[in-house]
Design a protein around this ligand. Structure first.
Ligand SMILES: Nc1nc2c(ncn2[C@@H]2O[C@H](COP(=O)(O)OP(=O)(O)OP(=O)(O)O)[C@@H](O)[C@H]2O)c(=O)[nH]1
Ligand SMILES: [Mg+2]
Length: 325
């Protein structure tokens, strides 16, 4: 299951109470105060972990708490601190509190403490002074923080593959990376986003395959637009078109409309005519180019691999120039 949004309730442990106690020994009639401090409650920390792919861990565990600190004891014994809990989330997880972003964990090992455990109370030993030799006070532990936080995953990728269902997005990802998405000749084969690392020359970039879009996606049709969030961070979109389809131009426009409704209309886009190995594709492409008034179209076959290398080289160059600029 691909879980990319979840609200959880976190409660960090309270601090242990400080202890009030006096030394009692056989030959020491008036022992001084010896109550130890309470221990600290455990913190709750959220950390980005490259091994996590979704937020599935939180689907059934929405209440998370750490233990309280131990109470202090006599003989100046301090209560033990309770251990922290580290919640592992995928890289690219945004954390919100009251609707506001409090952290964006976009690198591995990025972390934030979302709930601090309470400090332990001081024992009476700490309250002894020259004038107050018999302190009959000890502090209570402080309460740990408690709140709701929202975790939202936004995958981190350099390029996003978009297009109508069946246009060949997964086939292309399969060809250019080690990712092995499901491929089939029916729409909506891909039901969850998938990342693939594309190695080229001495560098690499990350491509995201998302479920196909259709007209009305922003209104919830098909898979809807809920996965578009995952390409919101990409620098370049590859818009795949099934060129063997004679309606390719209107489908291309429909997808662009959905993208602009999601504020992705201005994103740099490479138009990719796919399935050029099919007979009818050449004629359709000619027609398409006339309507588009643009020469900047890459014609490939994701299935046979024809001209895919050129496309990938071009993507790499664009990404590098973005980095440089
Ligand atoms: N002839 C030919 N068929 C292709 C090509 N690329 C993809 N296909 C076929 O088109 C069908 C759909 O491919 P997918 O890669 O699953 O398409 P998709 O865009 O990921 O589809 P969804 O996940 O449903 O959105 C499969 O049967 C592929 O084998 C191509 O270049 N040439
Ligand atoms: Mg697919």
């Amino acid at each position: 299951m691909f879980i990319d949004n979840v609200t959880i309730h976190v409660k960090a442990g309270d601090g242990g109470n400080g202890c009030m106690s006096f030394r009692r020994e056989k030959h020491v009639p008036k022992g001084g105060p010896d109550g130890g401090d309470g221990g600290k409650g455990g913190d709750i920390i959220v950390e980005a972990d490259p091994h996590q792919r979704t937020l599935i861990n939180f689907a059934h565990k929405k209440h998370i708490k750490t233990k309280h600190g131990q109470h202090g004891k006599g003989k100046k014994m301090f209560g033990r601190n309770s251990p922290d809990i580290i919640l592992k989330v995928p890289v690219g997880t945004i954390i919100k509190e009251h609707g506001k972003i409090i952290a964006d964990l976009c690198h591995p090992a990025d972390r934030i403490t979302v709930a601090y455990g309470g400090r332990g109370g001081k024992g009476n030993a700490k309250f002894a002074t020259a004038t107050r030799r018999v302190p009959r006070i000890a502090e209570k532990g402080k309460e740990g923080e408690e709140k709701d936080i929202r975790l939202e995953l936004r995958l981190i990728a350099d390029i996003g593959l978009v297009g109508y269902p069946n246009s060949g997005k997964s086939t292309l990802l399969c060809r250019i990376s080690h990712a092995r998405p499901k491929i089939a000749d029916y729409p909506f084969t891909t039901t969850e986003p998938l990342l693939g690392v594309v190695k080229i020359h001495d560098s690499s970039f990350v491509a995201a395959d998302i479920p196909g879009l259709i007209e009305g996606a922003s209104k919830g049709k098909g898979m809807g637009n809920k996965f578009l969030a995952h390409i919101s961070r990409t620098k370049i979109l590859l818009h795949l078109i099934d060129m063997s389809d004679e309606n390719s131009y209107s489908k291309f426009n429909a997808i662009n409309k959905e993208l602009s409704l999601y504020n992705l209309g201005n994103r740099e886009q490479i138009v990719v005519a796919n399935k050029m190995d099919i007979n009818t594709s050449q004629a359709n492409l000619k027609d398409f180019k006339k309507k588009l008034h643009s020469k900047g179209i890459f014609a490939i076959s994701a299935l046979t691999g024809k001209d895919v290398k050129d496309l990938i080289n071009h993507v790499e160059k664009l990404l590098n120039s973005e980095k440089a600029g």
